[in-house]
Design a protein. Structure first.
Length: 220
C-alpha cells in the first residue's frame, strides 16, 4: 500500500512533549512516503502549553500521554492555533468520556501506543483522505450518544443547538460576565484559547458584542 494523498507524500505534524516520541515516529513512518514535522510543545507558564501558529500538515498527531495540561486542553489549543487541522490523539488508553469529548471537539483519530507499529501508517493515510480512525465499538457508542443528544437538543433554543460542550460552558461564563482571563483560568486554558471560544459563541448567536448576547438570551 502506498501511503500517499493525491500522488504526494503525506505531511505529518507531530506535537510532542516527551523526547522519546519523535524517535518512535521516525522508526515507524518511512521517509519515502511520510514527511514528519516535529513541533515540541513548550510550557508557557501557569501549567499552560504554548502551541506555535502555522499551516496545518496533512495530518497532525498529538502525544496526549505526557504529563502536564489535560489532553482536552491541548486539543483545543492546537485547533485554535492551527484551524483546519486533521488531528489524531495518541495515548495509553481512552475512556468513553474523554473519547466522546475529543470527537465532539473535532478529533479525527484515537490511537493507543500499542497501535504504533500495527496501525499508525494506515490511520494517518485514512485521516489524510478525510476519514476517521476510531475503534468501531467506541465510534458506534458515540454515534448513539450523538443521536440521543440531537433528540434532546430539538427542545433547546435554536441558537444553542450547535454549541459544543466547551462552548456551552463559555456561554454560561459570558452570561456571568467573566473576562477572557477568568474563563481561561476556570477551564484551565489560555486567554487566547478562551477568546477563540468566546468568538465562536458570539458568532453562533449572531451577535458581535457580549451585551448583545445578554439581550438575545433575555438575561439582565
Amino acid at each position: 500500500m502506498i501511503h500517499q494523498v493525491l500522488g504526494k507524500r503525506i505531511s505529518v505534524g507531530l506535537f510532542w512533549v516527551h523526547p522519546l516520541v519523535p524517535a518512535e515516529f521516525r522508526r515507524v513512518l518511512p521517509k519515502g512516503t511520510f514527511d514528519i514535522q516535529e513541533v515540541r510543545l513548550e510550557p508557557a507558564g501557569r501549567g499552560e502549553i504554548r502551541v506555535p501558529p502555522g499551516e496545518p500538515a496533512d495530518v497532525s498527531v498529538l502525544d496526549g500521554g505526557a504529563p502536564g495540561p489535560g489532553t482536552e486542553a491541548l486539543v483545543e489549543a492546537i485547533l485554535a492555533a492551527r484551524p483546519g487541522t486533521r488531528l489524531a490523539v495518541l495515548a495509553d488508553r481512552f475512556d468513553e468520556a474523554l473519547a466522546f469529548t475529543l470527537l465532539r471537539e473535532g478529533t479525527k483519530g484515537l490511537l493507543t501506543y500499542a497501535d504504533l507499529d500495527g496501525g499508525l501508517r494506515s490511520a494517518i493515510s485514512e485521516i489524510a483522505r478525510g476519514g476517521f480512525w476510531v475503534p468501531r465499538a467506541l465510534l458506534s457508542r458515540f454515534v448513539d450518544a450523538a443521536l440521543r443528544s440531537g433528540a434532546a437538543s430539538a427542545r433547546r433554543p435554536p441558537e444553542s443547538r450547535t454549541l459544543t460542550p466547551r462552548e456551552r460552558g463559555v456561554y454560561q461564563d459570558l452570561l456571568a460576565n467573566l473576562s477572557n482571563k477568568e474563563i481561561g483560568r476556570k477551564h484551565h486554558i489560555s486567554a487566547r484559547t478562551a477568546q477563540f471560544h468566546v468568538s465562536n459563541v458570539l458568532a453562533k448567536f449572531g451577535v458581535s458584542r457580549r451585551a448583545d448576547l445578554h439581550l438575545r438570551s433575555g438575561r439582565p
